[in-house]
Design a binder for this molecule. Structure first.
Ligand code: BV8
Length: 265
């Protein structure tokens, strides 16, 4: 497969970057079999667009329906495996570390796959579906791998368990937002992977990085709402473009201590 236009130019910029931030969206997990919001989640519950279910109002109105939707997504995330795109981003972090640089993943995803792929520095902007919290005490729990016994699930404190995610209309965790703002203010290159860049304030991180002079590289199978403003748009699936980008930048998929045989560029 011929490399996407801009791959080698983007690789040159990546090789020269001391500080890299990655903003990822549902597209980076698509090749792990997890539905994206634009085209997949609806298949789970066709009659309910995600924005209708991912709100405090929806949970208040029908906690059983919303709990079941999230428990299904939680189980799908547990059953999914990180793909080559997640692994390439974990390798990128190791490359930057080996060269005295730094790399942080700012993810909109709630599936936990970046950490399972080996990325150490991950900021979960929108929380995690793998942990749930009590609506009364705020206590967090990590449910086991089996489906909930009932929907909604009562908590020990007499409330209900809700997914520990940021719903539409809820503020992002202050610490996560502050970490993301620091990352985009100081990075030399922002890698935007698999996001439609429709959801704010996460989408605003792209313009913030560009305003600070960062090079912005996008990896997506289609145009997004940010595409007009990026320096390089690498068209293609993250699972094949990201490994090629890392190999083109550094000559191998991972630093010597754990190099794997590099895929053809
Ligand atoms: C808030 C967790 C205020 C839950 C999610 C301006 C500023 C601030 C807010 C707003 C604003 N304008 C509008 C708002 C309100 C709202 C918003 O953004 N609405 C949208 C619909 C316009 N934002 C909020 O409500 C935020 N909260 O602002 O609160 C506040 C402040 C103080 C006090 C109180 C309140 C909260 C937003 C977070 C919502 N939670 N997730 C859950 O997961 O269920 S958002 C959820 O949807 C995801 O986390 C993600 O962020 C978003 C989906 O976007 P993507 O990840 O991009 O996925 P999508 O399917 O759209 O696109 C996939 C992409 O991948 C595509 O481009 C596709 O081409 C590409 N792709 C597909 N396959 C591949 C691929 N690319 C590469 N490889 C492939 N193989």
């Amino acid at each position: 497969m011929t490399p996407p236009d801009g791959l080698f130019e983007a690789a040159d910029a990546l090789r020269g970057a001391a500080s890299v931030a990655v903003l990822s969206g549902a597209g980076v997990s698509a090749e792990s079999g997890l539905a994206t919001f634009r085209d997949g989640c609806d298949a789970l519950w066709g009659r309910y667009p995600p924005e209708r279910l991912a709100t405090p109002e929806a949970f208040a109105a029908d906690p059983a329906l919303v709990s079941e939707w999230y428990d299904r997504r939680r189980l799908a995330c547990l059953a999914a495996e990180p793909n080559a795109g997640h692994r390439a981003l974990a390798a990128l972090e190791r490359w930057l570390d080996s060269r005295g640089g730094d790399c942080v993943v700012l993810t909109q995803n709630v599936d936990g796959l970046h950490r399972r792929a080996g990325s150490q520095r991950v900021v979960e902007l929108h929380g995690s579906v793998l942990t749930w919290r009590c609506t009364r005490s705020g206590e967090r729990v990590t449910p086991g791998p089996e489906p909930f016994a009932s929907y909604p699930l009562p908590s020990h404190a007499g409330g209900l368990l809700r997914p520990d995610v940021v719903w539409f209309g809820e503020a992002l965790p202050e610490a996560a937002l502050a970490a993301a703002a620091r990352a985009v203010a100081s990075c030399d290159l922002l890698l935007v992977v698999g996001t439609s860049a429709r959801v704010w304030p996460a989408a605003g991180l792209i313009g913030a990085a560009a305003a600070e002079g960062a090079t912005v590289v996008e990896v997506n199978t289609a145009d997004s709402e940010a595409s007009a403003d990026v320096d390089w748009h690498l068209r293609g699936p993250a699972g094949s473009v990201l490994p090629r980008l890392v190999v083109a930048a550094f000559g191998a998929l991972a630093p010597a201590r754990d190099a794997e045989s590099p895929p053809p560029v």
